[in-house]
Design a protein around this ligand. Structure first.
Ligand code: MTE
Length: 325
């Protein structure tokens, strides 16, 4: 993303889910390691696993195509043309450098207005949640787009498990904050106030289309795409889909996100895909569907809410979307 200030249908897992698609354990941790779980989540085993998701969970998943008739972007493109500023600002920096990030083991801190707070090994946090595949469009605010088969689960399944208080109105997420493994964070010219922070209103977070992904194209997420856990909000510009989540916070106050801080007149909190509201420096009426070339620009019209208006427009009834961009 470019910054002006810088001068230099309900989850359709309607069928009974076979046991094999539940997240399962690859190996047991030593007693010492599992004893480090600071709080146990109700209904979850105190035993935990370490490391990336067991590859066997990716077979036999329910799959729903939310971009019918549109070809999925080749994996090669989706995993080499990335925005992950923690690793640099060029599109090929994440594919080059994100392997420097340790994703095994991974823990997520849950804080704020919820019944279940603490630091949880990822496997404990998501154990037992039902995985599915969903093909969604991803529309970047820079006016390019892709179609990606994600593997994950509805965010609301995890939120329910964490028992947010009734007064919690927002949920915020933070990316891993580890400059020693993220060379973009060490760059002096960085415009982002680290760690990368994103947030959703609670009703957006609970919407059945909002997903937490652990994989794509039938396998684990590559680091450059946000391993081991990333948000996917398909009706919003791609920067809302925060990668490599290490913190989840429930709050009653709207906090400023990283991009709002970096360019408040350019990047709003809502960031719903909206062809009628241009970015101050470029049009949002069309998009380049990747992969494209100079001679085959593959330019298509951008649709309201990225084509998901029917599913999500009621969330914004009565709101002025020019003001709340
Ligand atoms: N998450 C973090 N932590 N850091 C980032 O720089 N970039 C965002 C989003 N999530 C970003 C991030 C932007 S601008 C986009 S368009 C998408 O990730 C890109 O996701 P992809 O690389 O998997 O296509």
């Amino acid at each position: 993303m470019l910054i002006k200030v810088k001068s230099n249908s309900d989850p359709l897992s309607s069928e009974i889910t076979p046991e094999s698609v539940y997240l399962n354990r690859r190996r047991f941790l030593s007693l010492g390691a599992s004893a480090s779980v600071s709080l146990s989540l109700g209904g979850m085993s105190s035993l935990s696993t370490a490391g990336p998701i067991d590859p066997s969970v990716f077979s036999g998943l329910n799959s729903t195509n939310y971009a019918p008739g549109e070809a999925a972007t080749p994996f090669e493109t989706a995993s080499t043309y990335n925005n992950f500023y923690e690793f640099g600002t060029s599109k090929d920096d994440p594919a080059r450098y994100a392997n420097e990030m340790t994703v095994d083991p991974w823990s997520v801190k849950v804080e704020g207005m919820a019944g279940k707070t603490g630091v949880f090994p990822l496997e404990d946090l998501i154990k037992g949640l039902v995985l599915e595949e969903r093909v969604y469009r991803l529309r970047c605010v820079e006016a390019w787009s892709m179609v990606i088969p994600w593997v994950g689960f509805p965010l609301r399944d995890l939120i329910t498990r964490l028992e947010p208080q009734g007064s919690a109105k927002y949920v915020f997420f933070e990316t891993l904050n580890r400059p020693s493994e993220m060379r973009g964070m060490r760059s002096f010219s960085s415009t982002i106030d680290w760690p990368y922070v994103e947030g959703l209103r609670m009703d957006e977070a609970l919407h059945p289309m909002t997903m937490l992904a652990v994989g794509m194209y039938g396998k684990e997420l590559p680091n450059q795409n946000g391993a081991p856990l990333r948000l996917v909000v398909p009706w919003k510009y791609g920067f809302k889909s925060i990668k490599s989540i290490s913190k989840i916070r429930f709050t009653d106050k709207r906090e400023k996100t990283s991009w709002e801080k970096a360019g408040p007149s350019e990047y709003g909190f809502y960031s719903n895909v909206n062809p009628k509201v241009d970015h101050p420096r470029w049009s949002q009426k069309t998009e380049r569907r990747l992969p494209n070339t100079l001679f085959s620009p593959n330019r298509i019209e951008t649709r309201m809410f990225n084509g998901y208006a029917e599913e999500v427009e009621s969330l914004y009834a009565g709101m002025d979307l020019k003001k709340n961009f």
